[in-house]
Design a protein around this ligand. Structure first.
Ligand code: URA
Length: 196
C-alpha cells in the first residue's frame, strides 16, 4: 500500500514539474488528485474538478459528490475503500467541459494512476472519461455494460474490465438517468466478485 502511495505522490509531482495544462493550472486553486484506497477493487473516474473540488483539493465533494457518496452507501461501499479520481485534474474555468487537448494531456498520468492502483473494475463516470476507454461509443448505449479493455501504459499492457455509468451530475435533473445510474451502480459489487 505504501508503495502505491509513493507512486501517486510521484505522479502529482510530475504533473506539477511538467507544467501540465498551464492555463488551467493558473486559474485553479488546487491540483485535485485521486483519493481513496490505493489497493481498491474499483476505480471511479470523473471528468474534472468543479468549484467545491477545486477549493477542497478532493474529487467529488460537491453536488455530484453527494450523489456518488449516497450511491456508495446504498451499495455497501465505504468511500475510503474505493478509489475516486478524474481524468483532468485542474478545474476548467466556469465548469466548462474539459477540452480534448486537456484530456489528452492528463491521460498518461491517469494511466500511471491505473497501473498503481490496478483495480479489477474501472467505472468511468460519464462520457468524458468513458471516451478514452471506449471510443466510438455513446454513454447512452454503453452505460451499465462491461467490456474488457486493454490498457497500454508504455511497455505494460493490462486488461481491465470497464463499465461506464452516467455521470452523477447528469442525474440531478433527469429521473430517467437517475434510474439507470442506480441500476448500473447496483451491479458493481457482483461484477467485482465475478472477476478473478
Ligand atoms: N464532477 C467530476 O467529474 N469530478 C469531480 O470531481 C466533481 C464533479
Amino acid at each position: 500500500m505504501r508503495k502505491n502511495i509513493t507512486i501517486l505522490e510521484q505522479i502529482k509531482a510530475d504533473i506539477i514539474s511538467q507544467n501540465i495544462c498551464p492555463d488551467l493550472a493558473k486559474q485553479a486553486t488546487n491540483l485535485v488528485m485521486g483519493v481513496g484506497n490505493t489497493d481498491a477493487d474499483v476505480m471511479f473516474i470523473g471528468e474534472a474538478p468543479g468549484k467545491a473540488e477545486d477549493e477542497q483539493a478532493q474529487p467529488f465533494v460537491g453536488a455530484a459528490g453527494k450523489i456518488l457518496n449516497r450511491a456508495l452507501i446504498d451499495n455497501d461501499f465505504k468511500r475510503e475503500d474505493v478509489y475516486i479520481t478524474n481524468i483532468v485534474k485542474f478545474r476548467p474555468p466556469n465548469n466548462r467541459d474539459p477540452l480534448p487537448e486537456e484530456k489528452r494531456a492528463f491521460w498518461p498520468f491517469l494511466l500511471r494512476e491505473i497501473k498503481a492502483v490496478s483495480p479489477k473494475l474501472i467505472v468511468p463516470l460519464g462520457r468524458h472519461s468513458m471516451g478514452y476507454f471506449l471510443p466510438n461509443y455513446s454513454i447512452s448505449t454503453m452505460h451499465g455494460k462491461t467490456r474488457d479493455v486493454v490498457i497500454t501504459n508504455g511497455e505494460v499492457k493490462q486488461t481491465i474490465v470497464v463499465m461506464p455509468i452516467y455521470h452523477p451530475a447528469a442525474t440531478i435533473y433527469n429521473q430517467y438517468l437517475k434510474g439507470d445510474f442506480d441500476k448500473d451502480f447496483a451491479k458493481i459489487k457482483k461484477i467485482i466478485k465475478e472477476i478473478k
